[in-house]
Design a protein around this ligand. Structure first.
Ligand code: 8YV
Length: 314
């Protein structure tokens, strides 16, 4: 008879994290089951813990299939795919991994910003195709001294702002409320921010409150000389409007790590040369992913030892 707490794992996680979990708990992986619904109907009552990720999430329907659940530990900081209200109503604690990924996500935002504005990936393709002997590559855009507009100013947004000072960039940010003591000016109007900025970096939380915040009107305010970078959630940008704006040259380019229906990326986006596309990897360095895995363990240990996850979602 298994005496360790029983955890259900939504899907694959880092091998080192899966191993650390298996050393401490009795873990089963839902994605290994031939028929997950039948499995949950038969065994849903077995599990006290659920391990998931910001991408895999946990919705109210799944939660209802786990009637004895007490704790959720999610790999990632974003909570837009976890039904926090449904969890709270059941008294289920939710832990996530804030703080440890700010640097690498900010770095990746800058990588996308530099790549789109300086046309790094396009230049690489140009050399590889053997086009260099035939013609000059053409010009890109100056990053140093450019105007950076941040949409969202939480931990990661503020880290991006600090990175920008090394490039002598002017920084302004838009968020629902000004951040007290911030060294950069708050812009209450998203339209005004987009009109002012040379590059708009989206790093706000996903979910219903920010859905399609970046719409056609915001893109038109950014304008034909403006660039968009998104390291938040695909849902924050109206992707169809973005594709149209890019195709028509109504904005200059985009660097995207997240997509409306990832891992599916529209063919129309993949065909554009002024777009840099990465597969949701902003936090995916060895160091950061290891630290995130440790938080997943810490949250579970906190819960089973003291009755509280260490990094609670609020
Ligand atoms: C991860 C993320 O890519 O933390 C988040 O919210 O989106 C990312 O760090 C994701 O959790 C990995 O599954």
């Amino acid at each position: 008879q298994e005496s360790r707490p029983r955890l259900l794992q939504a899907g694959p996680l880092l091998p080192a994290l899966e191993q650390a979990l298996a050393e401490r708990y009795a873990v089963q992986r839902l994605s290994d089951q031939a028929d997950p619904s039948a499995f949950l109907a038969a065994h849903g009552t077995d599990f006290v813990g659920y391990v998931t990720s910001a991408v895999m999430g946990l919705d109210a329907a799944r939660l209802a299939q786990l009637p004895r659940l007490q704790v959720v530990s999610s790999f990632g900081v974003g909570l837009d795919r976890i039904d926090l209200a449904a969890a709270a109503a059941r008294g289920v604690q939710v832990g996530h991994t804030p703080g440890v990924l700010d640097d690498c996500v900010a770095d990746h935002a800058f990588a996308l910003l530099l790549d789109t504005m300086r046309r790094l990936s396009a230049a690489d393709r140009f050399v590889r195709r053997g086009d260099w002997p035939a013609r000059p590559f053409g010009l890109s855009r100056r990053v140093s001294g450019a105007r950076l507009g941040l949409v969202g100013f939480g931990r990661i947004g503020q880290t991006i702002a600090r990175r920008a000072s090394g490039f002598d960039m002017a920084v302004r940010y838009h968020s629902r409320r000004p951040v007290e003591g911030a060294a950069w000016p708050h812009e209450p109007s998203l339209h005004a921010l987009a009109a002012w900025a040379d590059v708009l970096v989206v790093i706000t939380a996903g979910g219903a409150a920010t859905r399609h915040l970046i719409d056609r009107a915001v893109l038109d305010a950014l304008g034909p000389e403006g660039f968009l970078v998104n390291v938040a959630r695909g849902s924050v940008v109206d992707e169809a409007a973005l594709v149209e704006a890019l195709q028509a040259g109504r904005i200059a380019g985009a660097g995207l790590d997240v997509f409306a229906d990832e891992p599916r990326v529209p063919e129309t986006l993949r065909g554009l040369d002024n777009v840099v596309l990465t597969p949701h990897v902003a936090s995916a360095t060895r160091e950061t992913r290891q630290a995130m895995g440790q938080r997943v363990i810490d949250n579970l240990e906190g819960f089973f030892r003291d009755g509280r996850v260490r990094f609670a979602a609020t």
